[in-house]
Design a protein around this ligand. Structure first.
Ligand code: HEM
Length: 524
């Protein structure tokens, strides 16, 4: 069976015109527990799939009844080579994750990718970090070896320990005033198109960009923000194109290609801009290190001054990475929250009622404590992160032969894709998975969810460093927008077309109508 599929792959590959390839997937191979064996690897002793509470979580009603037999039916089309557009590719992965749960393998030219979808398998990888490291090769030119883009090990650990203290509660509290100002700017911008249909992504993106720039380099940093953002977007396009075009996986071919050359020029621009901001700050500080409220640049310069093993290019790598990590993810999620609230009047009503009750007076500006008290709003954000996780797959590479919890052996040096999106849409973990139901995350229900079945911010030691800041940012903007407007649906969850990119995206934007809200009145 395996041999036959491999032969068919060879045949189908030989028919492919590489220059037309726009996708990651040439073929997916279903893996059944009895036949699964990647080359030169002995088949695993299948582990028991019996349904009993997991030893680590005796109080949880988990594992739920997975039905591996139903999900490992052979796909009649699986041996055919399929060239697909990004949107189709995204849809195809979803189908495969259901058909071949809990694991499936794909081959892309000479590369093998194993997709893992079971929470226990994903847990093994994200929790220990011992059997797999982060796959970061395609981002190195742009992000270097920052905390975000280091594959792991001592160097990563050192930097993570250095930066983590920055994201403490005190800093978050200090940033509330800045977030409030930026949210006001967002409301003013939306007000200009009140009543009309608004494509929300650019507005939200601008708000998030301003917040993250303030956090990393300070709100008064002098640089060409537009050029920086445009260059960053273009680099993302180049990297996405590379990820979806297997022949560009080869460094030599990629560097010769149009995309490789464009990326090099843009990265140079981004680095020059960031270097100049760093130099400027160092000049400002020649008479002594600043104390008090610091942004990330100042925090890192101070660490360097105090002897941390960090040079200027190391600081630049962190800034560029945090700007990237903090922008797309939050902007993507905030756009989806707005669409979901617009489409679920009863939920929007409840969020607004909660807002009025927490603030007391709807005109009052929310404080850090108020934002913490918006529990139902938090549930809505979580549910939208479940439905639309900004990072739909995590890329890892196995660093030794490993056996998954579900009983499959994976050889050393295999590319792994942890299917966060698929896991979040698994009907056995989340009944009626496409339904927007924030009550899934009400305290009494949330405790029944397997801790590794909800990973929008990843988990373990490499979890998202900025998640609290992201939530704060989203809450602040939702408060500001909902105080002023009633959201009405234009695009719906079934009308938007999701695409796989570095972060989750939609093909044609997300549109919402903003109507002026008459205070204290709920939605008509
Ligand atoms: C809704 C917003 C966000 C989401 C969904 C999100 C999600 C994630 C995920 C899934 C990872 C793990 C990536 C991987 O291991 O491959 C990650 C890592 C990271 N995130 Fe976020 N993120 C968000 C916002 C932010 C913000 C606002 C910042 C900073 C201001 C940030 C900074 C980082 C950094 C530095 C890492 C790397 C951590 C490490 O590897 O040690 N993120 N994020």
């Amino acid at each position: 069976m395996q041999l036959l599929e491999d032969e068919l792959l060879e045949i189908s590959c030989s028919k492919v015109n590489c220059s037309n390839m726009t996708l990651l997937e040439l073929q997916s191979v279903p893996i059944s527990q009895s036949t699964y064996s990647l080359e030169n690897t002995p088949p695993a002793e299948p582990l028991s799939m019996s349904i009993s509470p997991h030893a680590d979580y005796p109080g949880l009603e988990y594992p739920p009844v997975f039905e591996p037999e139903t999900y490992s039916l052979a796909d009649p089309q699986s041996s055919l080579t399929l060239l697909r557009k990004q949107g189709e590719l995204f849809k195809r992965y979803r189908e495969r994750s259901l058909l071949y749960f809990p694991i499936f393998k794909e081959r892309v030219l000479g590369f093998k990718i194993v997709h893992l979808i079971h929470p226990e398998d994903i847990k093994v990888i994200v929790l220990t970090g011992k059997c797999a490291h982060k796959e970061t090769r395609f981002f190195v030119n742009w992000l270097g070896r920052s905390v975000l883009n280091d594959k792991g090990g001592h160097r990563w650990h050192y930097k993570r320990k250095l930066i983590t203290p920055f994201f403490n509660v005190k800093v978050l509290q200090d940033y509330v005033t800045t977030l409030r100002e930026k949210a006001k700017d967002l409301v003013l911008a939306v007000e200009e198109c009140e009543g009309t249909v608004v494509e929300v992504v650019p507005y939200v993106s601008n708000y998030v960009s301003n917040c993250v720039i303030a956090l990393t380099m300070g709100k008064d940093a002098l640089f060409d923000v537009q050029l920086f953002n445009e260059s960053t977007n273009e680099v993302k396009n180049c990297v996405t194109k590379r990820l979806c075009t297997p022949w560009m996986y080869n460094d030599f071919l990629y560097n010769l290609s149009h995309y490789g050359k464009t990326e090099a020029t843009l990265v140079d621009t981004i680095h020059k801009i960031t270097n100049s901001v760093i130099k400027c700050k160092m000049k400002d500080w020649k008479n002594g290190v600043k104390e008090g409220n610091l942004n990330i640049l100042e925090f890192l310069l101070k660490a360097k001054h105090n002897g941390a093993d960090l040079d200027e290019s190391g600081i630049r790598e962190e800034l560029v990475s945090i700007l990237m990590a903090g922008h797309d993810t939050t902007a993507s999620n905030l756009s989806f929250v707005l669409m979901l609230l617009a489409n679920h009047k009863e939920v929007q009503d409840r969020v607004f009622e909660e807002l009025c009750s927490v603030l007391g007076d709807v005109e009052k500006e929310p404080t850090y404590e108020d934002l913490q008290d918006l529990k139902y709003m938090h549930q809505c954000i979580k549910e939208s992160l479940r439905l639309y996780p900004s990072v739909p797959n995590l890329a890892r590479r196995s660093s030794k032969i490993m056996t998954t919890h579900t009983g499959y052996v994976i050889p050393e040096d295999t590319l792994l894709s942890l299917g966060i999106f698929d896991m979040h849409h698994n009907p056995n973990v989340y009944p009626d998975p496409e339904k927007f139901d924030p009550d899934r995350f009400a305290p009494e229900n949330a405790k029944k969810i397997h801790p590794f079945a909800f990973l929008p911010f990843s988990g373990g030691s490499r979890n998202c460093i900025g998640q609290k800041f992201a939530i704060l940012q989203m809450k602040m903007s939702l408060c500001a927008l909902l105080k002023k407007f009633v959201l009405k649906p234009v695009d719906t969850p079934s009308s938007v077309r999701l695409i796989s990119s570095i972060t989750l995206n939609v093909e044609n934007g997300i549109r919402v109508r903003f109507l002026p809200r008459i205070h204290k009145e709920l939605i008509q």
